[in-house]
Design a protein around this ligand. Sequence first.
Ligand code: ZN
Length: 381
Amino acid sequence: MGNGFVCPRCGNSDPRYIGYKKGASYCRRCLVFQGEEAVFPPSHPKQVKLSLGYRLSKEQQELSNRILFNFQRGVDTLVYAVCGSGKTEISYGVIGYAMSKGMKVAFALPRRDVVIELYHRLHEAFPLNKFVAVYGGHSADLVGDCIVLTTHQLYRYPDCFDLIIMDEVDAFPFKGSELLEAMLERSLKGRLIMMSATPSKALVKRFKGAGKEILTLHTRFHKHPIPVPRLELGPRPLLFLSLVRKLRRYGKVGKPCFVFVPTVELSESLYRKLAGICAKGDYVSSKRVGRSDIIDRFKKGGYRYLVTTAVLERGITVKDLQVIVYRADEAIYDAAALIQIAGRAGRKKDAPDGEVTFLAQKETEGIRDAILEIRHCNAFL
Ligand SMILES: [Zn+2]
């Protein structure tokens, strides 16, 4: 069976994922990627004004120029930028250029909260242009000068983009997803720029050879090292005790703390266990109602600690913040995620000495790579 049917959407030809209905073949692999597709009006050059409010560092500016140069000469670029080195900003040059030529531009990211955050940043940086954010449940408007979207939503733009920038390519769910890869290939008409803090060997290989270039940005924007995480290994009950001890110690000296947990369920259940022992805490997750109020209160010093899922991984800066990852050996925590989390600590100039602790039953590849990568990164400062 299979009859040589190749799915026009995702390229699947595996008969196990091919169904038959009324004598016609259809693909079951990409069934979830169905919905309205974008229709762009005829393109024309746009007026573009970049207003950043700050200057790029010398390294950022050089890379920004190189990426633009590559785009103009038809070369795909992988940007290997470690640990919060300000890699988003180095793509603004090429985004502005492509928009000014009336080209179709997309910025794709694996997760919706990051899409929303970036959408606001781009909107501020390019006040004259229309950006649209497209993600699951938010797809009424599909057309603008630049589309900021989750990788899942690329299926709405077949054979469309002159430029796709993709960040966090080594993060779940894009990493290792053949289907999302296929959707990327399908929507890409022109050049590709990928960015990663922890590029896999496969990704590096993809950008070797003619018509491609790998660039590295090693300088962290704040010029402060990320605290090297300390790994504490032990059985669960001991890890819990260690967590309690740390929260009490931080509480005494008035240092706020994020406790990262792998699941929504655990954010609540762990907090319930802690609540009677460690005062002045709370928990947040994507499911928690009123979470922005809780976060606001945390920033104002209303709590000593928050138990949180990855929703607080990025974008929030708190003075003197300490970071604990509880059950850091769970599969969801690959090196990229752990580095991102560790980068939450010590981000303010006046308190660059946050502590980061990984509590785990065993050392995983992700834990080991994250610690090595952060050491490596700090060595460049
Ligand atoms: Zn398909």
